[in-house]
Ligand binder design. Structure first.
Ligand SMILES: [Zn+2]
Length: 158
């Protein structure tokens, strides 16, 4: 896959994701859930494992996205959208699992695999990164709500 193909995959996934007027991380999460028939939850990493900015635990139908809390709001949002993008692109089907020390006890159900930065090939990373960017532009466009800035991020961080 070339960079052009990676971008095309991201563009197609972005177009396939129908979002209403007020786009937020939360509405993007719900739209991906509906499109893929999965449940996605977003949680702060419960341990000091912040050498990865975010990762996703694949618990079958349930996908749990974990983000490192010690980053700016925008950076956290980007990392979450990046993980969402992998899910929107079905990347967990082909990803290699990683091991995160001392973490497994905290999962809601034992994950089939945990996916982080090293789980995906470069093409998958390129596509996810570009798609995260495309999704973020939909948040900061005219869909941004009057409260400004937060883009509904506090809803998923709650
Ligand atoms: Zn990635």
């Amino acid at each position: 896959m070339s960079i052009r193909d990676a971008r095309r995959a991201a563009n197609q996934a972005n177009k396939a994701l129908i979002l209403g007027g007020n786009v937020s991380v939360e509405t993007i999460r719900k739209a991906i859930e509906a499109l893929r028939g999965i449940t996605i939850t977003v949680q702060e990493m419960p341990v000091d494992q912040h050498d990865v900015p975010a990762f996703t635990a694949d618990c079958g139908n349930l996908k749990v996205v974990y983000y490192a809390p010690n980053l700016s709001t925008l950076h956290r949002q980007h990392n979450i959208l990046h993980e969402f993008s992998h899910l929107l692109l079905n990347h967990e089907e082909t990803a290699t699992g990683i091991t995160i020390k001392g973490f497994s006890e905290t999962f809601p159900t034992q994950p089939r695999k945990i996916m982080g930065r090293f789980s995906f090939d470069d093409d998958a990373e390129q596509s996810a990164e570009f798609l995260a960017y495309l999704l973020s532009t939909r948040i900061s466009g005219k869909g941004r709500d009057e409260r400004g800035g937060s883009s509904g991020l506090e809803e998923v961080f709650g």
